[in-house]
Design a protein around this ligand. Structure first.
Ligand code: AHR
Length: 504
């Protein structure tokens, strides 16, 4: 099979916002406790943060982290998590039916974010709380001094305001599972009023309103249209969430789900455009995919939410291990976002540790890295600058139940801002066939292939939990330049990256 591509340096899809490489920490299961925070761990620092995890996060290239939820935020009192730790209350936590000790709270997260070299993205509670709670939190974080909550922060030892820039107005408020679930009208009103008040307090912030929490919600896109009517001109982003499972459909259909994600983004783009016109607004709204990921086969997951003993501390919930098949869909989801880089500006891989995660931790033990960790790292480190608008001159296709035509090679090409490097990231969706890539470059003068990296595995069903480091990036064979073309053999069922340095 042959895939022929043509990239031209002047045909651009858009520039890449580095916040596309964000992640997510929620008080859920072992994400925080024994995930990033474990004061008795051998690698823990003075703040109780696991040093092994911090190092892995920095290496992964995560740029921003959303916190503290997720469903958790919808019944969270932020003031429980600040001030002297010994005086913090233990609370019933309804989203995951756990007990929250509040040993880790806002100031711990902000210190952790600084140490992990990531920007914070905070979510306010619009489930059980409202405008006043969002304002007090914003004042605590961003106001300098001389007022109730700014001075409370200072009394907690944080003299300078944090100036948190990005704020999410609640979480998945379209979902019946959400504590304080609302209709689109109810949510649209509270989100708009909360957002307006927050921007009065700090006009420099940007706001993210809740869109649909998955593409197959019965209310999508009616929810999005109605919420947009309320928040257009106040919010800067509409949040989409998307997780895919469905391995039982078979590999062809499973991997094709990234096309659903592309359609989802296109639908919401259209909704934004319709409401902009209706509102006669000049304001631009973008999309934040502020939770996304793959859900593994149940047999590769340890611990089920709601089957756990209720009211326990940091229970094991949904600790999944990813196969190569899962990893290729994860890669295609990242490529789908890059293809829509002109409208998707923030994307938070969910979650960072232990639940549908890149980094797995053993309490009192070591960490291990999922194959999705490597995909995220390769793309975050090397997808810089612009996404190119590449033409498919020849592309083999396959059909599956949901999609009549699925390209066998899923691909994205990027050009660094300084024009020094062009990169192709690609997934070969075929389980059996090597794909011969013929990639022609126009107005781009290649010098050398700097790296050809391949992520694949001997067997489809192994995971890095069952076979440590079985799925990891390795040098590929046989990529070469011929004039202005790059030729490469892309192994079946693989994710690849080719980096080419350019003459300037
Ligand atoms: O698995 C994380 C959870 O998934 C988040 O709390 C929620 O927002 C989503 O449904």
């Amino acid at each position: 099979m042959i895939a022929k591509l043509l990239s031209n340096a002047v045909f651009l899809r858009g520039s890449i916002d580095e916040r596309l490489f964000s992640s997510f920490l929620e008080h859920m299961g072992r994400v925080i406790y024994t995930g990033v925070y474990e004061p008795d761990h051998a690698t823990a620092d003075a703040d109780g943060f696991r040093g092994d995890v911090l190092q892995a996060v920095r290496q992964m290239g995560v740029t921003a982290v959303r916190y503290p939820g997720g469903n958790f935020v919808s019944n969270y009192h932020w003031q429980d998590g600040v001030g002297p730790v010994t005086q913090r209350p233990r609370r019933i936590e309804l989203a995951w039916r756990s007990v929250e000790t509040n040993a880790f709270g806002l100031n711990e997260f902000m210190r952790w974010a600084a140490k992990s070299l990531t920007q914070p993205i905070l979510t306010v509670n619009l489930g059980t709380q409202g405008i006043e709670n969002a304002l007090s939190l914003l004042e605590y974080c961003n106001h300098d001094q001389g007022t109730l909550y700014s001075d409370l922060r200072r009394s907690h030892g944080v003299e300078k305001p944090y100036h948190v820039h990005t704020w999410c107005l609640g979480n998945e408020m379209d979902g019946f599972w959400q504590v304080g679930h609302k209709t689109a009208q109810e949510y649209g009103r509270i989100a708009a009023e909360t957002g307006r008040a927050m921007k009065r307090l700090d006009p420099s912030i940007e706001l993210v309103a809740c869109g649909s929490s998955k593409s197959d919600m019965a209310t999508c896109p009616a929810w999005d249209l109605e919420v947009l009517e309320h928040v257009y001109g106040t919010a800067d982003y509409l949040a989409l969430h998307q997780y895919y499972g469905g391995q039982e459909m078979g590999t062809a259909s499973f991997l094709a789900q990234s096309l659903d994600m592309e359609g989802y983004i296109d639908t919401i783009r259209a909704a934004i455009n319709v409401i902009r016109k209706k509102a006669r607004s000049q304001a631009t709204m973008y999309i934040s995919l502020d939770e996304w990921g793959v859900w593994s086969r149940p047999e590769h997951s340890i611990g089920r939410a709601f089957e756990q003993k209720p009211w326990s501390l940091a229970p094991v919930i949904d600790e999944q291990a990813y196969t190569l098949e899962d990893t290729l869909l994860f890669a295609s989801m990242m490529l789908a976002m890059l293809k829509h880089t002109d409208i998707v500006k923030i994307a938070c891989q969910a979650l960072l540790t232990n639940i549908s995660a890149c980094i797995m931790t053993k309490p009192d033990g070591s960490i291990w890295l999922q194959p999705i960790y490597y995909v995220f790292m390769m793309i975050a480190q090397h997808a810089k600058g612009h996404v190119l608008r590449t033409a498919e001159i020849a592309m083999p296709q396959y059909a599956c139940d949901a999609f009549p035509s699925v390209p066998v090679l899923d691909h994205v090409e990027t050009l660094r801002e300084d024009g020094a490097e062009v990169v192709i990231f690609a997934v070969n969706r075929s389980e059996t066939e090597t794909l011969s890539l013929q990639w022609q470059l126009e107005h781009i003068r290649p010098v050398r292939i700097e790296a050809f990296t391949v992520l694949t595995a001997r067997e489809k069903s192994i995971t890095n939990r069952s076979h440590p480091e079985a799925i990891r990036p390795c040098p590929g064979q046989g990529a070469r330049l011929e004039g202005a073309s790059c030729l490469a053999e892309i192994p079946p069922f693989s994710f690849i990256m080719i980096r080419i340095s350019l003459q300037q």
